[in-house]
Ligand binder design. Sequence first.
Ligand SMILES: Cc1cc2nc3c(=O)[nH]c(=O)nc-3n(C[C@H](O)[C@H](O)[C@H](O)COP(=O)(O)OP(=O)(O)OC[C@H]3O[C@@H](n4cnc5c(N)ncnc54)[C@H](O)[C@@H]3O)c2cc1C
Length: 463
Amino acid sequence: MSFHQFDVSVVGAGLAGLAAASALSRSGAKVALIERKPFFGGRAYSYLHPAVEEVIDSQHVMVGCCTNLRHLCEVAGVADRIRWYDGYTFLEPGGRRSLLVPGVLPSPAHSSLSFLSAPMLRWADKAAIAKGLLQFLRGYPEHDNESVASWLKRSGQTQRAIRHFWQPVIVGALNDSFERCSVKYAGQVFHETFLRSTEGGQLGIPREPLSDFYSAVATDAEKHGAILLKGNVMELRPEGDGWRVIMRDEPDVLARAVVLAVSFEHVPAFLTGDVLHRALPNGLHAFQHSPITTVHLWYDREITELEHAVLLDTTIEWMFHKSKIRGSATGSGSYLELTISASHAQLKQSREHILSSALQELAQFFPHARTARLLKGAVLKEAKATFSVVPGLDEFRPAQKTGVPGLFFAGDWTRTGWPSTMEGAVRSGYLAAEAVTSEHARSARFLQPDLPASGLMKFLARQ
Ligand SMILES: Cc1cc2nc3c(=O)[nH]c(=O)nc-3n(C[C@H](O)[C@H](O)[C@H](O)COP(=O)(O)OP(=O)(O)OC[C@H]3O[C@@H](n4cnc5c(N)ncnc54)[C@H](O)[C@@H]3O)c2cc1C
């Protein structure tokens, strides 16, 4: 059996592993990036769906304040493959539209003119929302002990304000019910994307399937010297002053340090009881998964000119017109994706049922869906899409540097200050890379600064 000797072995090529490998290889470390799947990007992946013979992914969006994810895309040369949108269209059944879009006023009031004229909300709803948003004007809670459910009650929100504003934004961003999301992370979403700056709220969507997009990040790390290995890591074993990475059917890898960049539920499989306990003294019992279901539809014509829209008062929460977003619309057909966040109920439903009820709901927003011919459809259920930022979770999220020399964690679930997102994953990768370099006495800084506040927020926001 032959061995390889590396400075760092990064296990898992999701966004966290890619970010760690990119940062470390750029700083001159000899890195092995090991992934068991045939594609890069982890949960942000795309694949050829055999039944519909199309490459599909579950829609992943970023926002302007994702400074670390944007940095990773920039250094890898793929930033220009992201399509950016300034505004959000909210649609009610029947098709009435409300547009939230920045206007001439400075932050935090940049979207207020469109907000005030949005027909989806009455004056009482707008007053309640404004009062609620004011609580996040300067920042958001430091502690994660209160649930969104409790905060909505306490801040006197109306039913319509909840259904047409708080729910689509919070459930869309944090992917769970109000009881299972802490107001700290909801407050962060509103502060960073709605109030702090115009740029922070822009919506970014890759123009190409996710695995193509993130392969470019892996290729870039390879250009900087990282070795990309395909392999199923079975165990991480401390050996001498480093680690032995044991793979199924592949030679072992030896490295001075290991960044374990897998999803939280996989961590225990790699480490023996004693090492696991020292690395994760608080265990993983506080972490819970939340699912996302997506419905993919191919029509013989366009049923809307919109590129994306929030769909109110329905199960299907967001429509992405992917053929338009990707610039592949030919005029003779269209491809749409509908997303259902926190889709606990759909996990138990058949794909046929989910598809037929999505089609019925879609027709309430887009009448042309009734006359257009559906060429094919697919339903993708991701049971372990994200972890939920349940109240009290923060104290159980481990730092990237563990109590075991040479062992580091990366992954959206580690302590990043962000919910389960691509930005959180990239932050964790950069933080893990920083921790690796500091252990080897050549500290480097990889984490990118937050977006600066703009307009009046320069004076109002806590920095
Ligand atoms: C359907 C869906 C929609 C989402 N929408 C959004 C969105 O709109 N915006 C957003 O920001 N985030 C979204 N997310 C969340 C986002 O995808 C995750 O937060 C992020 O990708 C997590 O990255 P990660 O690197 O921490 O973990 P992962 O992506 O889970 O990466 C872990 C990697 O480790 C690999 N691995 C595991 N075991 C082994 C082993 N034994 N050997 C080698 N490799 C191994 C895995 O194959 C995987 O590639 C969504 C997620 C899903 C599933």
